[in-house]
Write a protein that binds this ligand. Structure first.
Ligand code: GYE
Length: 379
């Protein structure tokens, strides 16, 4: 069965790369007014192949979802560093459940790239039907993806990107550079509206080598360079609350009185940075001396935006699993999924002072956080 599926997959991958490449940021269009927050599919039965299925019936008949077999999926998750990660893991566990026709082997790789490669190789050994990878770092993947291809196991990449191999069927995630650009454009518009002429920013980056870190850093820097802002420092906070606190404690000592903006590359780092600023007597948020923003937009962060403690938050949607489920069903039905699938995302701010920004030539709304906006958040 595997060999036939493999042939089908090679054909699918070849076609997908022709169809899917190069569309990147054009399609990104993240800032939809509302986040796409459909609850993960809970009760859908595994995809059955309809009677009128075309030509490749033999391969289809043997594809796991088509035969009604349990679909065995291995998921090599980054770790458990943040609220975003917890939401992504819970979504995957809900979608790839036994009641939905799946058997999920979940591996928490604890932010260790070597462990992640090993997890994928174990999935090959176990002859999984599909492998899902959320790559801790964006490079070093071609050899193991070639092994997956040779074994005839389709790989779906989610969230962070793989930048040195295209031997996967689909990627489902966010345009991190667009997130960084949106953050910069919002800050430019906000500073203008507030009459702030000088920006001295401190950046707390995510984990080094993660595409989420690379994209957010690049996007924000592009706007900082254009606007002539000073980035005083940019250090790795590892996407954790403890990391954010530690970096901010050292910033408060090294740059006391010199900064008026703190960019945290996820919510948890912002919580840690707030603790450090509280201890150092630095005020922040709508009524404070320092503008602070985050990425991800988990509910507790949106609550802080509502409270005026966090000036803005730039969403990264962790609920990719329902889309991966659709990709798997397409593959099982012999269809060719899109190579790149972008999640819809929103930009949320505390004050109703900037109503929209333009990112990559496209006007996108800034959502003013109210009780209602907070109540409608799905994670
Ligand atoms: O922003 C952060 C998590 O890869 C987009 O990883 C994800 C990032 C997310 O730890 O909170």
């Amino acid at each position: 069965m595997k060999r036939k599926l493999a042939l089908m997959m090679v054909a699918a991958m070849t076609m997908a790369s022709v169809v899917g490449c190069g569309g990147g940021s054009d399609e990104a269009a993240p800032a939809a007014a509302e986040t796409e927050t459909e609850a993960p599919a809970e009760t859908e039965a595994p995809a059955e192949t309809e009677a009128e299925a075309p030509a490749e019936t033999e391969a289809e008949a043997e594809a796991p979802a088509a035969s009604g077999d349990v679909i065995r999926v291995g998921f090599a998750q980054v770790g458990h560093e943040s609220d975003w990660r917890t939401a992504a893991t819970q979504s995957a566990q809900t979608v790839f459940s036994a009641e939905n026709g799946y058997e999920l082997s979940f591996v928490d790789c604890d932010n260790d790239s070597a462990a992640q490669l090993e997890a994928v190789r174990n999935f090959i050994q176990q002859d999984m039907d599909y492998i899902i990878i959320d790559p801790i770092v964006s490079t070093g993947w071609d050899a193991v993806l070639t092994e997956c291809e040779d074994a005839g196991i389709p790989v779906v990449v989610i969230d962070r990107t793989i930048d040195d191999s295209d031997k996967y069927v689909s990627w489902v995630g966010s345009d991190f550079k667009v997130e960084g650009l949106a953050c910069g454009e919002w800050l430019a518009a906000y500073a203008e509206a507030k009459g702030i002429s000088e920006i001295n920013a401190l950046v707390i980056e995510g984990s080094t080598g993660a595409s989420a870190t690379i994209g957010r850093t690049e996007g924000f820097k592009e706007i900082a360079d254009r606007e002539g802002w000073t980035i005083l420092d940019s250090q790795d906070g590892d996407f954790t609350e403890a990391g954010g606190q530690e970096v901010m404690e050292s910033y408060c000592q090294s740059y006391a009185g010199q900064f008026n903006v703190v960019i945290c590359q996820n919510d948890n780092e912002a919580y840690g940075a707030m603790t450090a600023m509280d201890a150092a007597g630095v005020t922040y948020g709508v009524d404070g001396d320092v503008i602070i923003v985050s990425f991800d937009s988990n509910k507790p962060a949106v609550q802080l935006v509502l409270d005026g403690k966090l000036n803005a938050t730039f969403e990264c949607n962790p609920l990719a699993a329902p889309t991966v489920d659709e990709v798997i069903k397409q593959l099982a039905a012999g269809e060719t999924p899109e190579k790149e699938i972008y999640m819809a995302e929103a930009w949320l701010a505390s004050e109703d002072i900037v109503s929209s920004i333009t990112v990559n030539g496209e006007e996108q709304p800034i959502i003013h956080v109210t009780d209602e906006v907070l109540a409608n958040r799905a994670y």
